[in-house]
Design a protein around this ligand. Structure first.
Ligand code: NAD
Length: 381
């Protein structure tokens, strides 16, 4: 190899700068420490155009700063024209479940957002990863830990980024709780109570009440919010869990859990209780610390959330949580910003869900957990 003296190397570098070249794999602007912002908006394709995509994600994508609605994937042909007209989506960016894999060739699509029934998350997230697209997978990440592992592995092998649709991880009230807890602003947490529930009155054949499609009932659906609340209320993962299930409408909840209560033990001795149900209304987080408290009510809705602490009321301006979430993920991809809801967080929650179901099956037996710091979000990441 030819050696290059310092002066020649320096001259070549200057030429390279003038030409906007690349040094050691970095654009020269970065190599010289000049922050160059990537202003391109990333294209998002929504997979599954049900109520969450139509009611929340697509409207939010009209206001995002770092990504936009570029494509759709649907199993219902009638939705293709409706969505194309409403959002100006070109025909070349419209896919169905069969031709979805050809999205690999579409440069308009950077991120695939899987918004299907839970049992379909793994298949479509893995297909998206294999197509070389970054993935947002809705919550719960899948229907068991094995599927979460398969998603994480596929994304790692493809070298693409993965996030779970935990919108609250980008939400200011939630982030304030995480920061106060991490800093022990009110002293160590001693007790946390988290309740997330709604009354299911819909069609009894809906996929959420069908275990093959949902993986489980209230715990899989609203339970993840309560589990997350208990964790960001203590800043730690539980080391043991015990649980019980109740049903008052077994004729309606034939296949899935209606109401679940679980007790968590945390490493420093803090205790947690979660309540989740498809037959009650609740959206609260109550964190009792040695020198004060933090309370959110509502804690898990689309907002605006509300809360107070020993310091007084909490007030943050409201913005679409889905907008904040998708912009955070786009910035993670573009600029290496923190991934607010990484795959490890979705897998961690699924490990806890499986432990809760096991405890229920074993009459409330305490199930030990060995999660360490897996999936801790926000300031604990
Ligand atoms: P939905 O029933 O309104 O929509 C489901 C979509 O999947 C529909 O477009 C439907 O056509 C399609 N689909 C494909 N195969 C299907 C099948 N076999 N059975 C039923 N539908 C099928 O559901 P949703 O409320 O939009 O929920 C979708 C996902 O989004 C779920 O994983 C849910 O947990 C998640 N979600 C997350 C939030 C959140 O706040 N992060 C809120 C709502 C839903």
């Amino acid at each position: 190899m030819k050696t290059m003296n310092r002066r020649v190397f320096g001259k070549k570098m200057i030429k390279g700068v003038a030409a906007g070249g690349v040094l050691m794999g970095l654009p020269l602007s970065c190599a010289f420490g000049e922050a160059k912002k990537d202003t391109k908006k990333l294209g998002v394709a929504l997979v599954g155009l049900g109520s969450y995509s139509a009611g929340q994600l697509a409207p939010a994508l009209q206001h995002t700063n770092h990504c936009y609605l570029a494509g759709i994937v649907t199993g219902t042909p009638a939705k293709e024209t409706r969505w194309a007209n409403q959002y100006g989506i070109p025909e070349k960016n419209i896919y169905n479940y069969e031709n979805f894999d050809t999205i690999a060739d579409n440069k308009d699509i950077d991120i695939v957002y899987v918004v299907l029934p839970n049992s379909m998350h793994a298949e479509f997230s893995i297909r998206a990863a294999k197509a070389g697209k970054h993935v947002i997978c809705e919550k719960p990440m899948a229907i068991n830990v094995e599927e979460c592992d398969a998603i994480i592995q596929a994304c790692e092998e493809a070298g693409i980024k993965l996030s779970v649709g935990y919108r609250l991880q980008s939400e200011p009230y939630t982030q304030q709780v995480q920061q106060w807890v991490a800093k022990q602003t009110f002293g160590a947490t001693q007790q946390v109570d988290a309740a997330a529930a709604y009354v299911s009155r819909g069609y009894p054949d809906q996929w959420r009440l069908n275990k093959a499609l949902s993986g489980g009932g209230a715990l899989m659906n609203m339970g993840v919010y309560a589990i997350q609340g208990a964790i960001y209320g203590t800043g730690a993962n539980p080391i043991a869990v015990s649980a019980r299930e109740e049903s008052t409408r077994p004729d309606y909840f034939k296949d899935t859990d209606e109401t679940v209560y679980a007790n968590f033990v945390f490493p420093d001795g803090a205790q947690g209780q979660i309540f989740t149900s498809h037959n009650a209304s609740a959206s609260t987080l109550d964190v009792q610390c040695i020198d004060g408290f933090i309370q959110l009510d509502p804690a898990y809705t689309y907002g605006p959330l509300a809360g107070k602490s020993s310091k007084g009321p909490m007030t943050f301006p409201h913005d679409s949580q889905q907008k904040l979430q998708m912009d955070d993920f786009a910035l993670h991809i573009k600029e290496g910003a923190i991934n607010q809801a990484p795959g490890a967080m979705g897998k961690r929650d699924m490990i806890i869900i499986e432990a809760i179901y096991r405890s229920i099956a074993e009459d409330g037996k305490t199930i030990p957990l060995d999660l360490g710091t897996m999936g801790l979000g926000g300031p604990n990441q």
